[in-house]
Design a protein around this ligand. Structure first.
Ligand code: AMP
Length: 379
């Protein structure tokens, strides 16, 4: 059962976005075949896969047929129904397992799971109705953030509540659904740890990455976050504990807030390669994508050393506002690498690609990454 799945075998990926695309690059480079499954066609992963299956996630006949033709199933998109992973698991190992997905695809289940096991999370309360919301806000104080328990609810996921007067409107705004109320954290930094765990329980990580968001979307990620040694150690230790508790085989990212006084709190988990680990593709001995291949195939994990100081900036669809970005201008810095995901339509807020820049140190790399992105729109 636990024999490695060797090159030449076929890996099935649920989901078809950029994470699957980069996974497919890593898998194909190592001689694996890749099948992708999602409801969309002509997808970022499909462009690189050996086979692109277009079917709904709840079409269990199609899921069974997909799983029968692969040696292992993994995913790049966690909002797949439990029925889908359970169905796939009848025909091929699913790594990480369906239980990991089940917990991580639901904010409330995830927070309760972490809290119950003693991992540090943002103070929160479960909320099912307006009455409970009032009580929770009384306990946590203001400001607070009301978030839907499930993800992807019509883009209406989060509302900041500043006073008791705003509670009712906030409850309406999120659609009066199962939710959590979180204390608003006046954080100093947002950081993440992308980590991987092998079939044999081996563990590795790419250090603590510092993340800057714009409009709630990741904007810049720079490895070797400016945090104290105590926070660095704790972030890695917590990540390790979470991967072990969940018995993850694959890659998982833990996103944190660092609050004043070096208080570290988990914000959320992603049970797959993460945007804040994209720099590893160019800058690390083994990328998060290659590591996912190695982990789910039961191979030894590769080294994760950072080869050179680097920084990553996202390229959102907004950059296309004035026409095609000036790629040559961005690449005029020879230390810049361009990644584009092959998406046909550049919509505002849509992740179209990213740039990675190298530098003499982390600040230099960050500056060069941002300068290269700015060059895209300066003509
Ligand atoms: P999330 O979708 O929960 O990761 O939230 C997206 C972003 O909103 C985070 O990366 C933070 O920048 C911000 N945010 C979310 N929750 C909180 C909170 N409790 N306190 C402060 N900022 C938050």
């Amino acid at each position: 059962m636990n024999r490695p799945i060797l090159p030449g075998a076929t890996i099935g990926v649920l989901g078809s976005g950029q994470l699957g695309r980069m996974f497919a690059v890593a898998a194909r480079r190592m001689g694996y075949r890749v099948h992708t499954y999602s409801p969309a066609e002509d997808t970022p992963t499909g462009h690189l896969a050996d086979r692109e299956v277009v079917a709904a996630y709840d079409d269990l006949n199609a899921v069974a047929d997909f799983a029968r033709r692969v040696d292992v199933v993994t995913f790049e998109f966690e909002n797949v129904l439990s029925a889908t992973t359970e169905c796939a698991a009848r025909y091929a190992p699913v790594r990480p397992g369906g239980e990991v997905l089940h917990i991580c695809q639901h904010r409330r289940r995830e927070k309760n799971y972490l809290h119950d096991r003693g991992f540090p999370v943002t103070p929160f309360r479960n909320v099912d109705n307006l009455e409970q919301l009032r009580r929770a806000a009384g306990e946590l104080g203001y400001p607070a953030v009301l978030k839907t328990a499930g993800f992807g609810y019509d883009g209406k996921g989060q509302v900041v509540v500043r006073s008791a007067d705003e509670l009712e409107a906030a409850w309406q705004a999120i659609g009066q659904v199962e939710a959590v109320l979180e204390a608003f954290v006046d954080f100093q930094r947002e950081v993440s740890v992308v980590a991987a765990r092998g079939l044999d329980g081996s563990f590795c990580h790419w250090g603590v990455v510092e993340n800057e968001h714009r409009n709630h979307i990741l904007d810049v990620s720079t490895p070797e976050a400016r945090v104290s040694e105590a926070v660095r150690k704790q972030a890695i230790q917590v990540a390790r504990g979470i991967l072990e508790a969940l018995d993850v085989v694959g890659v998982l990212c833990v996103e944190y807030f660092v609050a004043p006084g070096d208080r570290l709190m988990v914000n959320e988990l992603a049970p797959r390669p993460h945007n804040s680990g994209h720099f590893t593709f160019d800058a690390s001995l083994t990328s998060q994508f290659e590591q996912q291949v190695r982990a789910v195939c039961g191979l030894p994990l590769g080294g994760t050393e950072l080869l050179r100081p680097a920084s990553m900036v996202n390229l959102l669809g907004d950059l296309w506002g004035a026409g095609e970005p000036d790629w040559a201008a961005a690449l005029s810095d020879p230390a810049v690498k361009l990644h584009l995901y092959g998406k046909a339509q550049a919509l505002p807020g849509r992740k179209m690609g990213h740039l990675v820049a190298f530098g003499n140190d982390r600040d230099d790399a960050r500056r060069r990454a941002i300068a290269a992105r700015n060059a895209l729109i300066k003509r």
